[in-house]
Design a binder for this molecule. Structure first.
Ligand code: ZN
Length: 323
């Protein structure tokens, strides 16, 4: 099979061992790996916290009994590693048994894994990758980067990771997106918002007032319904109708809690600061993108940027930039 990837040898990745030239799952390490991914996906724990727990449970990081560190845990979240654990390398099926499903791999890559310190486990070398913000405008797939070396120099591109997932043309619409131009647009756009912060705060507070008013109306309606259901519970003639109205109450209370959460959701404008963005280090720039932008959709000719605040007096929070 030509597009079958074979492992070239060397130290087997964590989770595997060699068995007469064949890469075999190391069951002990696989269980630890699955625990690490579960901690990140379900419990949203940081690599630092995960390493602490693993050491506490004496689940060593290697056959030599080494302790886990922030770095060794973070390394497991590298996209290449996650791809490998799902049984693929360079978009091709490998000849080793996967430890995680491709769905789980996609979820791990898609979901930003937030650490308690605000750092990401794997900050890439490129502005828009590894921040959980950038997606392909055509299919919603994760955006990854590619480097094209020619005799005229090096060109860097973003591209849709599902464009040719595992040999199948999943996202035929998307071409490669020129990185330098896109990064420039994103940084300029953030810069423009920072310069306009006074107006933005004003427009956003108008939006919050309207939103909170609507939420208050909904909350009033819910409260009335809850009161009615409470009366129903007290007046219930049979235990089944009493249970029914109690279930209804807990459902209504859940709806209420959700609305209250929404009402408390205000953007922290202290994050929207900075000057001379283009001079900041890449990691600082990435932190700004994470703080100021909700989503970035890349298309072949335009970028759509969604902000967590209002950016004009028409109440819009999204901007389209052609390139
Ligand atoms: Zn795509």
């Amino acid at each position: 099979m030509d597009n079958y990837v074979r492992n070239v040898g060397g130290v087997p990745p964590y989770g595997y061992s060699w068995n007469t030239g064949v890469l075999e799952i190391n069951k002990w390490e696989r269980n630890i790996l699955l625990l690490v991914f579960k901690y990140a996906l379900n419990d949203n724990l940081s690599p630092h916290k995960i390493s602490q727990l693993l050491n506490e449970y004496k689940l060593n990081s290697s056959r030599k009994g080494k302790m886990w560190t922030y770095k060794t845990v973070s390394y497991l979240f590298a996209p290449k590693r996650i791809e490998f654990y799902s049984g693929y390398a360079d978009n091709k099926r490998g000849n080793w048994e996967p430890i995680i499903t491709t769905e789980m791999a996609a979820e791990l890559i898609r979901k930003k894994i937030v650490t308690t310190s605000g750092k990401r486990p794997h900050l890439h070398k490129y502005l828009l990758t590894g921040i959980g913000r950038t997606i392909c405008g055509y299919c919603g797939g994760n955006i990854t980067s590619v480097l094209d070396k020619t005799k005229h120099g090096v060109n860097r591109y973003y591209y849709c990771s599902t464009r040719s997932t595992y040999g199948i043309n999943h996202c035929s619409e998307s071409k490669t997106f020129p990185m330098a131009r896109i990064d420039e647009i994103i940084l300029n756009t953030i810069d423009a918002q920072i310069r306009n912060i006074t107006e933005i705060k004003k427009w956003t507070s108008v939006f919050y007032k309207k939103r909170d008013k609507q939420i208050k109306l909904k909350l009033d309606i819910l409260d009335k319904k809850i009161n009615t259901s409470l009366k129903d519970t007290t007046n219930a003639k049979s235990s089944s109708s009493s249970i029914k109205s109690r279930n209804k109450i807990s459902d209504l209370i859940a709806q209420k809690e959700k609305l209250v959460d929404e009402k408390l959701d205000y953007y922290n404008f202290a994050q929207l600061t900075g000057s001379q963005i283009e001079r900041l280090s890449l990691n600082k720039q990435k932190e700004l993108v994470i703080a100021c932008i909700e989503h970035i959709q890349l298309f072949n000719d335009k970028i759509i940027i969604d902000f967590p605040f209002v950016i004009d007096n028409a109440g819009r929070s999204s901007i389209t930039k052609a390139y």
